[in-house]
Design a protein around this ligand. Structure first.
Ligand code: ADP
Length: 457
């Protein structure tokens, strides 16, 4: 590998605070071999046995939530209280998987006249799990729990932005599971690339659309199974008759939460003409008053961006928009006297689809507003994207809102609310936002293949 060490940088200070050794080709091969060796025995355990071990992991995440929370804030800048909350929620995710697995993995006994068929859900084998940094424990959890409970073994590569968070997760799983069931490799794209071409059977990935496409191609060599959860460009449609205070509040928090680094953040807003002025004024107030600073400061609402590269990309989209006629209402700059990767909460209006910021994923603290005349225009623009992850519609007329929602090409749509859905339903992106889905009984079954044994009575 060209890169020998990851420089772990605190994005609030810009300082390197740890150096982590990248895995070599040999070490990656060895991890895959270890996973392969452990797999049959792991799969041969009963579901209650595997569940008990995963429950022990869940308990440990709760116990270590403050410690892991600090690592997260130091590595990627998010608010400490969100980091602790996210770590606590890992336990919830594991427990939900344990419950759903009882249905997902049960052997089905089917009958037809005097024919009998047992339908088994068999694990796929060795699964590579490659994850991003924005939710550095919850994203890995959504793939690790279903892969493991189904009887697969895992080689886990956390993002190079959060290697110590990844190590802390690995340590918990490895402590409670048999040796070789989970293995850790560290590094950036080269390590990921080597891993996906290695002797594995499945790749489960959360990250960018670009890398998702690379993975899909790489999987073709041996028809490896894949699950891909990719980015989004979530539209928010605000109609003339919306509750504008509620909508503005959602627009601000939905765009700026986690410094905008959320795959389902509000990335573009289409507001109908009559509501536009009032809505924009309310949003502007919210953006101007949105406090940012160190993730340890309890009074702030967002921390820095994860890296300089990430901030440069957001700033270049803002610059492109302003150059092509957008109005910068507030923000758009970098605070002075700071070496971290902070950026002012930003509001842009007068936007259209000729601006990059309305087409490319921004992943930064920007609220982007475009005016539209009609509902049809809003729907057309919302669907004018290769992405199809989340979306929201805001109107006091619920029936109209539902009808519009049904026309939007996204996997998860909220009417007068975010995308939060009834538990047990999958997290899903359509179009180029994903391939497969996460969570739910069907989500667990993606980590298995059905096998049938048939006989006459
Ligand atoms: P982000 O820019 O949000 O980190 P990426 O898709 O670049 O999103 O990264 C997500 C994960 O994919 C990270 O763990 C990263 O190291 C890994 N990765 C990046 N490039 C490749 C690649 N070519 N093959 C496999 N994994 C990769």
């Amino acid at each position: 590998m060209k890169l020998k060490y990851i420089n772990d940088i605190n994005p609030a200070t810009g300082k390197v605070f740890a150096k982590i050794k990248c895995s070599t080709e040999k070490e990656i091969d060895r991890s895959v071999e270890k996973a392969r060796k452990a797999q049959k025995k792991w799969a041969a355990l009963t579901l209650p046995q595997r569940s008990r071990m995963l429950e022990a992991c869940a308990k440990d995440f709760v116990k270590q939530k403050e410690k892991i929370g600090r690592i997260i804030t130091d590595e990627m800048g998010k608010l400490y209280k969100s980091a602790v909350g996210e770590t606590h929620a890992v336990a919830y995710g594991i427990r939900e998987t344990i419950v759903q697995a009882k249905t997902a993995l049960a052997v089905e006994n089917l009958k037809e006249e005097n024919l009998r068929t047992e339908l088994h859900r068999t694990p796929i084998g060795v699964c590579a799990i490659i994850t991003p940094w924005n939710f550095p424990v919850s994203m890995p959890e959504t793939l690790l729990s279903p892969a493991l409970i189904a009887g697969n073994t895992v080689v886990f590569k956390p993002s190079e932005m959060v290697p110590l968070t990844g190590k802390a997760m690995y340590d918990i799983f490895n402590k409670h599971l048999p040796p070789g069931v989970i293995n850790l490799v560290q590094g950036a794209d080269e390590v990921g690339s080597y891993l996906i071409h290695s002797n594995i059977d499945m790749i489960a990935f959360v990250g960018s659309q670009a890398v998702g496409k690379i993975i899909m191609k790489a999987a073709g060599d041996k028809l490896k199974r894949i699950v891909l959860e990719l980015g989004g460009k979530d539209p928010m449609i605000v109609l003339n008759d919306a509750d504008l205070e509620k909508a503005a509040n959602f627009a601000v928090n939905g765009s700026l939460r986690n410094t905008g680094q959320v795959c389902v953040s509000v990335e573009r807003i289409y507001v109908q003409e009559k509501a536009a002025d009032k809505f924009t004024t309310l949003v502007a107030n919210g953006v101007k008053n949105f406090k940012y600073g160190s993730g340890y400061d309890e009074s702030v609402q967002m921390g820095p961006l994860v890296s300089k590269r990430q901030r440069d990309n957001v700033l270049s989209q803002v610059k492109d928009a302003v150059k092509k006629g957008a109005r910068l209402i507030t923000g758009g700059g970098i605070p002075k006297n700071n070496n971290g990767y902070f950026m002012e909460p930003t509001l842009l209006t007068n936007l259209s689809h000729k601006h990059r910021i309305m087409n490319e994923e921004t992943f930064g603290p920007v609220v982007a507003i475009q005016k539209v005349k009609t509902e049809d225009e809003a729907v057309k623009l919302a669907n004018d994207s290769p992405f199809g992850l989340g979306a929201t519609v805001w109107t006091k007329n619920k029936k109209k809102g539902l009808n519009i929602a049904r026309r939007i090409e996204s996997g998860m749509i909220g009417v007068n609310q975010g995308i939060g859905a009834v538990s047990g339903t999958p997290w899903v992106g359509i179009k180029q936002s994903g391939y497969g889905y996460i969570g739910s009984i069907d989500g667990i079954r993606q980590f298995t293949v059905p096998r049938k044994i048939s006989y006459k009575k």
